[in-house]
Design a protein around this ligand. Structure first.
Ligand SMILES: Cc1ncc(C[n+]2csc(CCOP(=O)(O)OP(=O)(O)O)c2C)c(N)n1
Length: 327
């Protein structure tokens, strides 16, 4: 059984501040979307990942354009980090003509091949064998690009998950499986769907390493991802990283999440990934009050401009509804 190699990483102050900006932007994007849903202005189901941002930032930070991500319904921030303009992303949620799919899907299935983003389908777990296939292509083409495939702990109980891990293990594919274990699959708590504590343990059955880490610690996620990337790029095969986290909102914005307690939510909010990182950056003298204010202003402006762009964008023309549609 291979063992995880801990990589030492060194991030400059600029890089740490960039990560901080991304954490704030990904949070702000989802928070604004949540408000817009309540105002009845979004034409898509919205599944926010508020509370889970450290996973997106820690896994996407520093990826190459050619590396592929296979995001899920809760991972809109990964689109931004891979290079999708926030205005285009917002227009996508408004089903406008300027969005990624120009109003042709329910907003959560778009891919952007030129940025290395694979479009997800709705069937839980079904993106994983496809992600493994993508990794097989990289291997066959002898590139050292890597695939990052996201899934929830709920999806890890589906057959597709096991087939994908088995295939990736047998073929030593350059893929990193990122489990966003946010403790619930819709209303089902993890202890009612799994007989083990850690999804990470499942990797052993397929011949590669799995680690369970604090998914609210952006640097822990970054460090584990960097180790797995180095392994995958050098032909060492897959890794499963289980990021323990919590989603603050319901499964989607229409779910009031009555199945969990206020105490549980409060406990996880006390582990908010953003203040934790803020404290670290201030302790390291990387961040001061002025820089913090500047970053917050930049984030607010970016989100305002994104909403303005989406609102003022045209609707798709009905006559074009079947353009680019293949059956
Ligand atoms: C095969 C399948 N079963 C059920 C659903 C309905 N469904 C959509 S999301 C979801 C919960 C997913 O939980 P998890 O995989 O833990 O991801 P999370 O939403 O918590 O991020 C369910 C049951 C589905 N889309 N596909």
């Amino acid at each position: 059984m291979p063992t995880i190699k801990r990589t030492k990483f060194k991030l400059t102050s600029e890089q740490l501040l960039e990560m901080y900006y991304w954490l704030k932007l990904v949070r702000a994007f989802d928070e604004r979307l949540s408000v817009l849903v309540r105002q009845g202005r979004v034409r898509s189901g919205v599944y926010t990942g508020i509370g889970q941002e450290a996973i997106i930032v820690g896994t996407c930070y520093g990826l190459r354009r050619e590396d592929y991500i296979c995001p899920l319904h809760r991972d809109l921030g990964s689109f931004l980090m891979k290079g999708v303009d926030p205005g285009v992303m917002m227009a996508q949620m408004f089903a406008k003509d300027t969005g990624l799919s120009r109003g042709r899907d329910s907003a959560l299935h778009s891919g952007v091949p030129e940025l290395g983003i694979f479009g997800n389908t709705s069937m839980l777990g079904a993106n994983l064998p496809v992600a493994a296939g993508l990794a097989l292509t990289f291997k066959m083409e002898r590139t050292d690009n890597v695939v990052i495939a996201y899934f929830g702990e709920g999806a890890s109980n589906v057959g597709d998950f096991h087939e994908a891990l088995n295939f990736a293990g047998v073929q030593h594919l350059p893929i990193i499986f990122i489990c966003e274990n946010n403790q619930y699959a819709y209303s089902v708590p993890v202890e009612k769907s799994m007989a083990i504590d850690d999804v990470a343990d499942r990797a052993a059955g397929y011949g590669f390493d799995g680690v369970a880490i604090n998914g609210n610690d952006v640097l822990a996620v970054y460090q584990s991802t960097q180790g797995a990337l180095a392994r995958a790029r050098s032909g060492g095969g897959p890794t499963l990283i289980e990021c323990k986290t919590y989603r603050w909102h319901g499964h989607s914005e229409h779910d009031k999440a009555f199945y969990r307690t206020a105490e549980e939510l409060a406990m996880w909010k006390s582990r908010d990934p953003i203040p934790t990182f803020t404290t670290y950056l201030k302790g390291m003298s990387v961040l001061n009050a002025e820089t913090e204010r500047d970053i917050e202003t930049r984030v607010a402006r970016t989100i305002d401009e994104a909403v303005e762009f989406a609102v003022s964008s045209p609707d798709p023309k009905p006559v074009e509804a079947v353009t680019d549609l293949y059956i």
